[in-house]
Design a binder for this molecule. Structure first.
Ligand code: F6R
Length: 259
C-alpha cells in the first residue's frame, strides 16, 4: 500500500486525478470503478478539467459505481446515480450508456448484484477502483463485521454511517437515510487491478490508521487493501496525522511518483 501524504485535499485530489488521466491516456478503454461521497468531488473536478483542456477523452471508458441506496430511483436527487451524473458524467465526454450504477429499485436484488458482477467481468474487470473511506473504516458500504471476501449484495448501514451520510446528503435528517444499500463487496473491490483511495480531514484519521497500521480485520474493511498489490492512498495531513510512519510513507511515495 502506498500512502501519498499531501499538504491539502486539493493537492491530493490533483495527484489522484493525474494518475487516472495518465491511465486513460495510455488506455482509452480503461474500466473505472467509481465512488460517491464528498471526498472524490474535487478529484472529479480535476478529471473534468483535463477533458475540457482536451488532454484526455472518456469516450471509450466504462464505469461501474460502488453502491446505491435501496429504495431510491436514479432520478432521486440523493441517489448515487444522480450524484455521479451531476459531479462527473455530465462534465466529461463519457457515454452515459457506458456508466453503471446498481439499481436500488431492482425487484430481485440478488439477480441485480449477480448481473452487475457478471458485467464487470465481461468488461475485463476494473482497471482502477476509486474509493473513499468511512469514519468507521468502511469501503463502499462494507461496514465493520463484513467478510473481507464479500461479493456485491444487499448490505445494512450502521448508525454511524447513517449519521455521517445524513449530514452530507439528507439535510441532516437521519430518519430519511435508507438503512439498506446495494454494494460491491470487499472481495469484488480487491479484484480491481489498481486502487486509489482518498481520505481527507481529521474525521478520517482513525480510519486511516486502522486501514494502514492496524491488523487486517473485518472490523475495518479498508484494511483488506493491505493485501492488494497496487493500492494507493491519497490523503491530506489531517487524515494522515495518526500514522506512526507518516514521514516514511510520504518520502517513499514521493520517490516512486517522482521516479
Ligand atoms: C461512496 C462509498 C462510501 C464513501 C464513504 C466516505 O460510494 O462507497 O464508502 O466513500 O462513506 O464518504 P465521504 O467521502 O462522504 O466522507
Amino acid at each position: 500500500m502506498e500512502i501519498v501524504v499531501c499538504k491539502t485535499k486539493e493537492e491530493a485530489s490533483r495527484k489522484a486525478a493525474a494518475m487516472i488521466t495518465a491511465a486513460v491516456q495510455k488506455n482509452p478503454r480503461t474500466v473505472l470503478g467509481l465512488a460517491t461521497g464528498s471526498t472524490p468531488v474535487l478529484m472529479y473536478t480535476e478529471m473534468a478539467k483535463a477533458v475540457k483542456a482536451k488532454k484526455v477523452s472518456y469516450k471509450q471508458v466504462k464505469s461501474w459505481n460502488l453502491d446505491e441506496y435501496v429504495g431510491l430511483a436514479g432520478t432521486h436527487d440523493q441517489s448515487y446515480r444522480y450524484f455521479m451524473n451531476k459531479n462527473l458524467f455530465e462534465k466529461i465526454d463519457i457515454k452515459i450508456s457506458n456508466t453503471h450504477v446498481l439499481n436500488g429499485l431492482a425487484k430481485d436484488f440478488a439477480k441485480e448484484c449477480a448481473s452487475y458482477e457478471a458485467a464487470i467481468k465481461k468488461a475485463g474487470g476494473i482497471d482502477i477502483q476509486v474509493l473513499g473511506i468511512g469514519s468507521d473504516g468502511h469501503i463502499a458500504f462494507n461496514e465493520p463485521g463484513t467478510s473481507l471476501s464479500s461479493r456485491t449484495s444487499v448490505v445494512y448501514l450502521t448508525p454511524s454511517t447513517i449519521k455521517d451520510n445524513a449530514r452530507l446528503f439528507f439535510k441532516g435528517k437521519e430518519a430519511e437515510v435508507p438503512t439498506r444499500a446495494l454494494s460491491m463487496g470487499v472481495g469484488t473491490i480487491c479484484e480491481a487491478k489498481k486502487i486509489i483511495l482518498l481520505a481527507f480531514g481529521k474525521g478520517k484519521a482513525d480510519a486511516v490508521k486502522g486501514m494502514v497500521e492496524g491488523g487486517v480485520s473485518q472490523f475495518c474493511t479498508a484494511s483488506a487493501l493491505q493485501l492488494h498489490k497496487d493500492a494507493w492512498v491519497f490523503c491530506d495531513e489531517e487524515a494522515a496525522s495518526k500514522l506512526k510512519l507518516k514521514k516514511y510513507y510520504a518520502w517513499r511515495s514521493e520517490t516512486i511518483l517522482g521516479a
